[in-house]
Write a protein that binds this ligand. Structure first.
Ligand code: KIV
Ligand code: ZN
Length: 526
């Protein structure tokens, strides 16, 4: 047990911080991170299980798909409050109310801009107009649910006098949570702390509402600002897994939770999050969005608990507290106890995945086992990272209509390079051969020949999952079409097969969202 974990002993005396997760709304909004309906249900179930207090499940007015996802999450969530986002517009609020109607604990989260920049250039409304809008829309929301959150978009660039008037109007109209976002990631921690203190001191009846922080990471200050906001009196934190979100993202849930837990000596707060589930949750979000987690990402990055330098390794061998401020186990990273190879059986494989935080259904487990055997035949050592890549790949592709069945490539100096590819589309097999300017181009041309589409390749990224020449390649591909972009990931010891898989994963997502599960760009909030 580390020193800071010891401090947690007095947790009951600490103020509870409400963890409001917006991975499925602000997180899903960032380019390329769109999730399928089933993915969203899976993420919401995990959030509920790990102790998130509020799940912002989506933006119901944005699309039929968003509405359906929020409604279904509302029906299924057993513990957490389920929130639907709405602009300060009658139709949005009615739609959000309808979507969360079946939740055990429904919330409508409505927002309007308050800063002079937004009022002048985006809303073209006066301060008085906006005050009237707040009173009207919060009252409407309170007519539908008891739990209403109101957000002052771009609060940190709003003059404090006017911000106080807006907050007062929202509380008077019945808002139970007041969120003051740093929408553009501009604030410094001292300023953000002072803003909360000022508003809470100056607004009459401020104690009737819970204050909330919502920080974007444009200057890399989202978590620092979040903690400063808590010191200023906020008791709700809006955050996302892996810090995904609009532009540079939101404050990362895992970082906020572990900062509060690890620095319990200085921060007299607690959260209800089961921290041992953080790694699993991070992997799930990375798998369903196909957004890789950067290696040195705090808490959940691959290197977060790796010690490379001789001095550090020496210290670690003597006593882990020399260089580790929290235990890997506290965030769900367990020591490898099973080494996997081609002789490993189903039982060991299942146990290994469980150890790594993956729980798969019987069919998914069987598919993963077949791919594991295939990799074990081709690769000397199967590392945890190989298994993680394999399972992430599978989770990401579970609901795909197009699947890669077979691929043969002719590459090398004697062009033209060519690819012969078989795809199964809704279980119907089609084979085409195509040439290209290099083997990857040939593969993409063969896919284009079978599934004609307009999407253009926006990003192509290859990285090795582990070391050695037999390492698996993990390829990320982003495709863009009609102002939308989707990222797909694929892994395989053969880089070309991984490329084909990644392209198909991104194409599947584009097709799924054009069938109505995506949200139109214009309705994306910050
Ligand atoms: O960043 C922001 O201001 C938002 C609001 C919709 C809460 O995401
Ligand atoms: Zn935001």
């Amino acid at each position: 047990m580390t020193q800071s974990e010891h401090v947690q002993g007095s947790a009951a005396a600490r103020d509870h911080i409400v963890i409001f997760d917006t991975t499925l709304r602000d997180g899903e909004q960032c380019p390329g991170a769109t999730m399928t309906f089933e993915d969203k249900l899976g993420v919401a179930a995990l959030l509920d299980e790990m102790g998130v207090d509020v799940i912002e499940a989506g933006f119901p007015i944005a699309s039929e798909g968003d509405f359906e996802a929020v409604s279904e999450i509302a029906r299924r969530t057993s513990r957490a409050v389920v929130a639907g986002l709405a602009r300060a517009v009658e139709g949005d609020i009615a739609r959000a109310g309808a979507a969360v109607r079946h939740a055990r604990r429904p919330r409508i989260h409505t927002f309007v801009s308050t800063s002079p920049i937004h009022l002048a250039h985006q809303m073209r409304k006066s301060e008085e107009d906006v005050l009237a809008i707040i009173a009207r829309t919060v009252t409407q929301a309170r007519g539908l649910v008891d739990d209403v959150e109101w957000s002052a978009m771009d609060a940190t660039r709003t003059p404090i006098d006017y911000l106080c008037r807006c907050v007062e109007a929202a509380i008077r109209a019945g808002a139970t949570t007041i969120n003051l976002p740093d929408t553009v990631g501009y604030a410094l921690p001292d300023e953000y702390r002072a803003m909360f203190r000022a508003v809470r001191e100056r607004v009459p009846e401020a104690d009737k509402a819970v204050f909330s922080v919502h920080c974007h990471n444009d200057l890399g200050l989202a978590v620092a600002n979040t903690l400063a906001g808590i010191e200023g009196g906020a008791r709700q934190v809006e955050c996302t897994l892996n810090g995904i979100g609009e532009r540079a993202g939101n404050a990362a849930l895992e970082e906020v939770v572990m900062a509060i837990r690890t620095r319990g000596d200085a921060l007299a707060f607690r959260t209800g999050i089961e921290s041992t589930m953080l790694t699993r949750a991070s992997k799930l979000v990375s798998a369903v969005t196909s957004f890789p987690v950067q290696f040195n990402k705090a808490i959940v990055g691959r290197n977060a608990f790796a010690h490379e330098s001789g001095i550090h390794q020496d210290g670690m061998l003597k006593d882990a507290s020399t260089y580790e401020i929290m235990t890997p186990a506290s965030v769900g990273v367990s020591k490898t106890s099973l080494v996997m190879g081609k002789h490993s059986g189903r039982h060991a494989f299942k146990e290994k995945l469980r150890e790594m935080g993956y729980v798969l259904g019987e069919n998914a487990l069987e598919d993963a086992f077949k791919r594991f055997k295939d990799i074990a035949d081709r690769k000397k050592t199967v590392y945890d990272e190989d298994l993680a890549a394999l399972v992430d790949d599978q989770i990401g592709s579970a609901h795909e209509r197009i699947k890669l069945e077979a691929l043969t490539v002719i590459a090398g100096t004697m062009g033209p390079q060519s690819a012969t590819l078989t795809l199964a589309i809704d279980n119907v097999h089609t084979t085409r051969q195509a040439t290209g300017n290099g083997p990857v181009d040939a593969i993409l041309n063969a896919i284009q020949a079978i599934v004609p589409h307009e999407a253009v390749l926006d990003l192509y990224h290859v990285q090795a999952v582990t070391e050695g020449t037999d390492a698996q390649a993990e390829v990320s591909i982003r495709l863009a079409q009609d102002g939308r972009s989707m990222t797909g990931k694929g892994s395989d010891p053969d880089t070309l097969v991984a490329s084909g898989r990644a392209y198909i994963a991104a194409l599947n997502k584009l097709m799924a969202t054009s069938r109505g599960t995506g949200q139109p760009e214009v309705l994306q909030a910050g």
